[in-house]
Design a protein around this ligand. Structure first.
Ligand code: NAI
Length: 250
């Protein structure tokens, strides 16, 4: 399939998990991919592996909380591949603390990565996305961006909820400019981010609360990103797409 032939994509947090699977899928569908992360060895390995398939891919160190890093990342996409058509704001982290246990520093760190990083991405990519003629932004929120989850991780819930409405807000602002903005809300996906839940009641809870009775695979989220990034979704903007094994249907 070559749905994304000639397109240029930037995927944040692409050294691992959902971001890596997404970078691989977009490249497999024909896109040139800027793989960005703060885990340099794993990020470089991901880009190398993608390039090894014959696709175009480069790795760039890119902390999504840094304005300077965003300016450099967008500039690199333009220099290396001539523009930017697809932005996937995927980088994220979470924690399992309660509101009483969460320090202000922890709150601000989570919001900086999971929420402000998405704002900065759209802000600094805006010009290139508008020039694309078929720009698409996919922001990775969560089922926890639209539900109370386990009653823990307040900063994560607040930030992911903000990504949900921020996506709709920018979707409206860009609706006539040829840039679509959608959010994807993964359920529990087997990636390193879930390792902190191992051996806690959350681990069993994830399976019990997922009607399909299993964790999702990163590739199942990547498939949704590829759809939203492609012209198959040319009339889709402001959507929140749940890929969650039925979690939100309960
Ligand atoms: P992961 O831990 O495998 O990947 C997250 C990536 O983000 C890592 O490579 C990490 O280095 C990178 N990252 C962290 N802070 C960063 C920063 N400041 N700048 C740039 N990169 C940074 O986790 P996973 O599961 O692949 O997560 C991807 C996204 O999916 C996150 O936004 C996460 O919140 C979201 N998500 C994941 C779910 C799951 O069950 N795995 C469920 C719902 C949402």
């Amino acid at each position: 399939m070559d749905r994304l032939g000639g397109r240029v994509a930037l995927v944040t947090g692409a050294a691992s998990g959902i971001g890596r699977a997404t970078a691989e899928r977009l490249a497999a569908e024909g896109a040139a991919v800027v793989v960005t992360d703060i885990q340099d060895d794993a990020g470089a390995a991901a880009a190398k592996e993608i390039a090894g398939t014959g696709a175009r891919a480069v790795y760039l160190h890119h902390d999504v909380t840094s304005e300077d890093d965003w300016k450099a990342a967008v500039a690199r996409a333009a220099e290396e591949f001539g523009g930017l058509d697809i932005l996937v704001n995927n980088a994220g982290m979470g924690d399992l603390k309660t509101i009483e246990e969460t320090t202000l520093d922890e709150w601000e760190r989570t919001v900086a990565i999971d929420q402000t990083g998405v704002f900065l991405g759209m802000k600094y990519a805006a010009e290139l996305l508008a020039a694309s003629g078929h720009g698409s932004v996919v922001n990775i929120s969560s089922i926890f961006g639209a539900s109370g989850g386990f009653g823990a991780s307040p900063a994560y819930h607040a930030a992911k909820g903000a990504v949900r409405t921020l996506s709709k807000n920018v979707a409206l602002h860009w609706a006539e400019k040829g840039v679509r903005v959608n959010s994807i809300h993964p359920g529990f996906i087997a990636t390193p981010i879930l390792e902190q839940a191992k051996g806690t009641p959350v681990e069993q809870g994830m399976l019990m609360l997922t009607p399909m009775g299993r964790l999702g695979r990163p590739e199942e989220i990547a498939a949704g990103v590829a759809y939203l990034a492609s012209d198959d979704a040319s009339f889709v903007t402001g959507l929140e797409l749940y890929i969650d094994g039925g979690y939100m249907a309960r």
